[in-house]
Design a protein around this ligand. Structure first.
Ligand code: PAF
Length: 289
């Protein structure tokens, strides 16, 4: 048994017992699902959940269902003791760190298939991803039954997919988005940034620069196609590969068919540096006329 400064549950029954006692005391519950390897971006989500609710549960579960066989499930950073210390400093009320069989017991045979905002972008290179995310998020939300759940805008497409999931399945939870937290040079914080070599880390911040430039171009009225082509060229000179650079409707992530921006939009990009895949995004707004 680990001696942590913060309560932690590894089984569904222990989680439910804790949540039940809070409910009996009429407490509201906020939930922050994570895969651990926590950084300032995650901790900001915990603070946001605390601002909305009396009690906060953070889950730490590296979900095998959202990794393809070629991806980094085995090497994904696992830093449970440090994570627990950070969550304790944030006064998180409970860590839920289930074993895989607690989430996917023997005989588990359900997988949620998402449409709408899950189509395109991440799904082109990671077709398995949102099915795995939607399945585990539905499971975790059912296990915790929070009033509010907080997801980072860093994974903007994931945030919209989870909102769609909660709406479509009547999960009865408010899904709140937390702003992206960046390193001093603008690189969006991510657990996978530890994979970057020093040389790659030097180039990584350019993704934010390129997306910020694209967001201000389209917000100023530059035709979308022209601005995206020039941002893609810039990304191709900096990164080893560019999966996508796109401007999409901020609410649905549908492609925008007008020549220039006519609605609130999101500028999104995914690029590769060595073994690391970076994603980031920025808000863009239609020019005022
Ligand atoms: O964003 C993540 O860390 C994961 O995709 C999530 C939402 C915890 C589901 O495993």
């Amino acid at each position: 048994m680990l001696n942590l400064q913060i309560p932690h549950a590894t089984t569904l029954s222990a989680l439910r017992a804790r949540v039940r006692s809070w409910r009996e005391d009429r407490m509201t519950i906020g939930f922050v699902p994570t895969m651990g390897a926590l950084h300032e971006g995650h901790l900001a989500l915990v603070r946001l959940a605390k601002a909305h609710c009396d009690k906060v549960v953070t889950s730490i579960f590296v979900n095998p269902e959202q990794f393809s066989p070629q991806e980094d499930l085995d090497t994904y950073p696992r830093t449970f003791i440090e994570d627990a210390q950070k969550l304790s400093a944030e006064k998180c009320d409970l860590i839920y760190a289930p074993e895989t069989h607690e989430v996917y017991p023997d005989g588990f045979a359900t997988r949620i298939q998402m449409g709408g905002p899950a189509e395109g972008l991440e799904s082109v290179d990671r077709p398995h991803f949102f099915g795995g995310v939607a399945t585990v998020v539905a499971k975790l939300l059912n296990q915790v039954r929070p009033d509010v759940a907080v997801f980072g805008e860093k994974d903007y497409q994931q945030l919209l997919v989870v909102r769609q999931l909660a709406r479509d399945l009547d999960l009865g939870v408010d899904i709140i988005g937390g702003e992206i937290v960046r390193e001093p040079d603008g690189l969006a914080m991510s657990s996978r940034n530890v994979y970057l070599s020093d040389e790659e880390r030097g180039r990584a911040a350019e993704l934010n620069v390129i997306l910020a430039g694209l967001a201000s171009e389209v917000s100023a009225g530059t035709p979308i196609e022209e601005a995206v082509s020039s941002a893609r060229r810039a990304a191709q000179t900096t990164f080893d590969a560019v999966d996508y650079i796109a401007v999409r409707c901020a609410r649905t992530l549908a492609p925008i068919d007008s020549a220039t921006l006519d609605r609130p939009a999101r500028v999104l990009g995914a690029v590769r540096l060595g073994v690391t895949r970076l994603i980031d995004n920025r808000a863009a707004s239609a020019p005022r006329i």
